[in-house]
Design a protein around this ligand. Structure first.
Ligand SMILES: NC(=O)c1ccc[n+]([C@@H]2O[C@H](COP(=O)([O-])OP(=O)(O)OC[C@H]3O[C@@H](n4cnc5c(N)ncnc54)[C@H](OP(=O)(O)O)[C@@H]3O)[C@@H](O)[C@H]2O)c1
Length: 262
C-alpha cells in the first residue's frame, strides 16, 4: 500500500513519523511533496522517504492520499491533482472547515473521501483525530484509514455535523492547554521556582491529570473533589478560579472557536 502526502509540514511529518515508528509502512511505501525543493530535501533527510515537488506524480501513485497543505491552498492543490485521483484511491483531508460536500465538488463526489481533524500532539504520538467519511468509503477502506490515523495517536469516527466541535475540543485545544501550563509555570516562577522546573511540574501535572480522566473513567468533578481536602489549600485555588470565571472563559472561548470554524 502506497501512502502519499501532498504537503510535508508539521502534520504530515507527525503522521509519517508514526507510520514508520509503528511499522504500518516502510520508507519505500511513503511518498510526499512540498512546494519548494529545499523543503523537500529537508523533509526527505529528516524522514528517510522520497519527497518531491510534483503533486501529480504522488497523487497518481498513492493508494491513500493525505492532503496536508494549509486550508488556503486546498482549492488550488485539489484542482492540480484532480485528474490523477481515481475511484479506488482514498483521499484524506486534514483541513478544518472543508466539508465532504466541498471536497467532493473539487475532486468528484464519486471518489472515496475522508474528512479528518487531527491535532499537534500527534507529533509525540498522542494525537486525537476526529474522522467522517462519504458514502463511497467501505468498511475495508476504513480499516486502512484508521491504521494510518492511529499511527500517531487515537482516532474516532464522529458525525460530520460535529467536525467543527472537534476543531475546538481537540484540534485547537492544545493551544489553550499550553496557555494553562504557561500560566501555572508563571505563578510558580513568581513564587520562586526556576522556570524550567516550573514547566516540568506544570506539564507533568496536566499529563497525569489527563491520564487519570482517561484511565479511571471517573467524572472530572469527582477527581477534582478528591484533591480538595476540607478547609484545605486546593479548594482555595478552586474558589478563586470560579470567582475569575475560568469555566465560563473556556466555554466561551470554545464556542467562539466552533463559530469561527463554521
Ligand atoms: N498544525 C496544527 O495544529 C493542525 C491541526 C489540525 C489540522 N491541521 C491542518 O493540517 C494541514 C497542514 O498543516 P501544517 O501545520 O502541517 O502546515 P505546514 O507545517 O505549514 O506544512 C504545509 C506543507 O504544505 C506544503 N505546501 C504548500 N503549498 C504546497 C503546494 N502547492 N504543493 C505541495 N505542497 C505544498 C509546504 O511546503 P513548503 O514548505 O515547501 O511550502 C509544507 O510542507 C492544514 O490544513 C492545517 O489546517 C493543522
Amino acid at each position: 500500500m502506497k501512502i502519499g502526502f501532498i504537503g510535508c509540514g508539521n502534520m504530515a511529518q507527525a503522521i509519517i513519523g508514526g507510520l514508520l515508528k509503528q511499522g504500518v509502512a516502510g520508507t519505500q511505501d511513503i511518498l510526499a511533496t512540498t512546494s519548494k525543493a529545499e523543503s523537500a530535501k529537508k523533509a526527505a533527510e529528516a524522514l528517510g522517504i522520497s519527497v518531491i515537488t510534483e503533486n501529480e506524480k504522488v497523487a497518481a501513485e498513492a493508494d491513500i492520499l493525505v492532503v496536508a497543505v494549509k486550508p488556503i491552498f486546498y482549492e488550488a492543490v485539489l484542482a492540480e491533482i484532480k485528474e490523477q485521483i481515481h475511484k479506488e484511491q482514498i483521499v484524506i483531508s486534514i483541513a478544518p472547515g472543508k466539508s465532504l460536500a466541498w471536497l467532493g465538488e473539487q475532486i468528484g463526489a464519486d471518489k472515496k473521501i475522508v474528512r479528518t481533524m487531527p491535532n499537534t500532539p500527534a507529533l509525540v504520538g498522542e494525537g486525537m483525530t476526529g474522522v467522517c467519511v462519504n458514502e463511497n468509503v467501505t468498511n475495508g477502506d476504513m480499516a486502512k484509514v484508521m491504521q494510518v490515523l492511529e499511527a500517531c495517536g487515537k482516532a474516532e469516527m464522529v458525525p460530520e455535523r460535529l467536525m467543527d466541535v472537534v476543531v475546538s475540543v481537540s484540534g485547537s485545544s492544545p493551544a489553550y492547554v499550553f496557555m494553562f501550563i504557561e500560566a501555572m509555570a508563571d505563578a510558580a516562577v513568581a513564587d520562586g521556582m526556576p522556570r524550567a522546573q516550573a514547566y516540568e511540574f506544570a506539564a507533568q501535572a496536566v499529563l497525569g491529570s489527563a491520564k487519570m480522566v482517561l484511565e479511571t473513567g471517573k467524572h472530572p468533578g469527582e477527581l477534582k473533589d478528591m484533591v480538595c481536602s476540607p478547609g484545605g489549600t486546593t479548594i482555595e485555588a478552586v474558589r478563586v478560579l470560579e470567582a475569575k470565571g475560568m469555566r465560563s472563559a473556556v466555554i466561551e472561548a470554545m464556542k467562539a472557536c466552533t463559530e469561527k470554524c463554521k
